[in-house]
Ligand binder design. Structure first.
Ligand code: SF4
Length: 306
């Protein structure tokens, strides 16, 4: 079947060994898997998020921190049975909070086939759909059974920047349509008693050097077209990885002024739920600030909203 899972719609016949833009093959390729503590607190829970990092990617970001497996395809091809064993281990032995599918789009049919026998046995965790935002709403709708929680980026609000930095034509329309679709389908973040997310949407905004205004535009769009009640995660961790050192302004970290403008804009647009990473943090897990400013329970408050 010709592949049109992502907005590129290469129509590559991957089952016959032909690769499309992302170079994903017939079998899912996994770089790493295991409990992961680098996500937002309700995604990690106490036992960690059961992350499966898939190789290959539908974007080609010049600053990619995962280039060994996203660009170069490092990892191992796994059969449906092997992928099922990974999901089983994360749920049964590791007792993770969820199945966190990191960049899963090229492999959604294989993931669905792998989890089917587990679901039949009654083994099930919430699925986290962990994505750059470069998605098709049609694909998200077709594979809605693999998305209980959307952990999704709004990376750009300019297609010119998306093309230059990620080789992703039409990113803005694709990501916004996908976020809106997910918001309309899943709604606000819901958690169970220990505070682990069970359903809903988290939108991530990675502040990029020289492009803070784009993150602010994304926040404005999100507030107007979805709702200020969306959980947002404002991230300062950008580092000029991979080939970004040769591509100004992506060759530097964000300044404190750039970052503060985005964090302040989140509060100004009325976002009250989510996280603002401490400035200067280079590790997503290290210091996401998220006290509950509003009610003392449930959702956490954005820094500066108290
Ligand atoms: S998932 Fe890969 S092969 Fe399929 S349409 Fe997208 S880039 Fe092309």
């Amino acid at each position: 079947m010709p592949c049109e899972l992502c907005p590129r719609r290469c129509m590559a016949d991957r089952q016959s060994g032909n690769a499309g833009f992302c170079r994903a093959g017939r079998l899912p390729r996994v770089f790493r898997w295991g409990p992961h503590f680098g996500e937002e607190p309700p995604i990690c829970g106490d036992g960690g998020s059961g992350a499966v990092f898939f190789s290959r990617c539908t974007m080609k970001c010049i600053y990619c921190q995962n280039s060994p497996w996203s660009w170069r395809g490092e990892g191992r091809d796994v059969s449906e049975d092997e992928l099922a064993a990974i999901f089983r281990d994360l749920a049964v032995r590791r007792r993770c909070a969820n199945w966190n599918l990191v960049s899963p789009t090229p492999y959604l049919p294989q993931i669905r086939a792998a989890v089917r026998p587990l679901l039949a046995e009654g083994i099930r965790l919430p699925f986290v759909f962990n994505s750059s935002g470069y998605e098709r709403p049609e694909t998200l709708s077709e594979y809605r059974d693999l998305c209980d929680i959307a952990l999704i980026d709004l990376r750009y609000s300019s297609n010119a920047t998306a093309l230059a930095a990620s080789s992703a034509p039409g990113y803005v329309e694709a990501a916004r349509a996908s976020v809106k679709h997910l918001w309309n389908t899943l709604g606000p973040l819901d958690s169970d008693d220990p505070g682990r997310a069970t359903r809903g949407v988290i939108v991530r905004l990675l502040v990029l050097p020289g492009h803070a205004d784009e993150a602010i535009e994304s926040l404005a769009w999100l507030a107007a077209e979805c709702s200020p009640s969306v959980h947002v995660s404002v991230m300062s961790q950008y580092a000029p990885a991979f080939i970004a050192s040769e591509r100004p302004p992506f060759d530097r970290v964000v300044t404190e002024d750039e970052y503060e403008r985005v964090a302040d804009a989140a509060a100004d647009f009325g976002f009250e739920r989510g996280w603002v990473q401490g400035f200067g943090s280079r590790d997503a897990s290290s210091d996401l600030v998220g006290e509950n400013m509003a009610s003392g329970e449930g959702a956490v408050g954005l820094r500066g909203c108290d």
